[in-house]
Design a binder for this molecule. Sequence first.
Ligand code: MG
Length: 419
Amino acid sequence: MNKFNRRRFLGMAAGAAGALSGAACGTSVNLGSTAAGPSVEDLDRAAATPIVDLSGLDRPVIIDSIRLLENDGEQFVHVRSKDGAEGLSLTNRRPHFAPILENRIVPFFLGKDVRKLESELLFELYRYRSNYKLQGLAFWSAQAWVEFAILDMLGRMTGKSMGELMGGVIRKEIDFYVASGRRDSTPEEEVEYLQSLIEETGAKAVKFRLGGRMSRNRDASPGRTEALITLSRKTLGDAIDLHGDANSTYDSTPAIRVGRLLEEINAVYFEEPCPFDHLEDTKKVTDALRIPVSGGEQEYSERRFRWMIANRGVDIVQPDLHYYGGMIRSMRVANMADLAGLPTTVHISGGFGFIYMLHFGSRTKDIGRYQEYKRNIERYRDWFDPKLTIRNGKLSVPEGPGVGIRNISDVIKGAKSVA
Ligand SMILES: [Mg+2]
């Protein structure tokens, strides 16, 4: 089903859902788009669907300590309850956010019963010391570090993997693409590099960079984008799926022009064509193109995600599991997107970020065709039982309790506290 057929189908499906729920016609958003999506009220209800399964947690789980640790280029957040349960997360390697963690987040959580994490605490944290004035990537990343560690702890306490804790695992393997982060290459060098990534990882899909990255339409080097798009398909063949990411390069008109080239090579999606907060231009591109447009990695507002979903500002939403504040907030977006029939393909940051993606992908209905893998599975593979696997273009979802790290003490052995 192509994008436009899909839209017609979704328009009918949304209409049927509205009739079933008895929603008044007047509550629908005027989309000015090719199909009517769910109403704001329906999206709010979807976002409010409970996510964390608290069964088996019959006694309070009171936070006793939260520590930021450092070792071998990684930062960890370690949480411990008064009863001695523990959980661990890996940060997205943003040490400059540490003061936010220390001053604005840790004091809030100490002494709190984290069974109320989803129902009360995340919103109270937002209000605590006017943290809402700090909202954005720096605040939400530090919140995500703590949230991941708490979910790890609750999973360990109940014997559930993160996916099981958050609604139930529906897939145990995830198809991935491997991304090139380069723009310093010629098209020929880049395609050669993509081939090396495919050989190294066994990926069946790759992503390359378009344009110049937040560059007001300037290409990384003259003619690179057009030549790379054509050459990639020609050299890599039809068996490899291709993704293009413009990282906020274009105004709508040049973005549509580049998008048409991606359509010609039958690319999977076109990511972040316009400056990330330029929702109007992004929607123009989404409306004009047949290829799905994806975006949202820098987005930090649930209401703006709601707008994008209600108005089909993008075809695929991409909250970043760290930048957007963690699993619970990201799943709220996925639940809204699901109501509109849109996939949620999360963005990931930090070396360990793909592990959280795997858990998110294990329990989310529509994650799109491929998820991002940034390589270096070797660094973490043996921490897990069973060990993580990568084969035939798929990554295995960790199966152990919580995030799946077998032994926290082993992983943080020798780590020093960050003051
Ligand atoms: Mg991107």
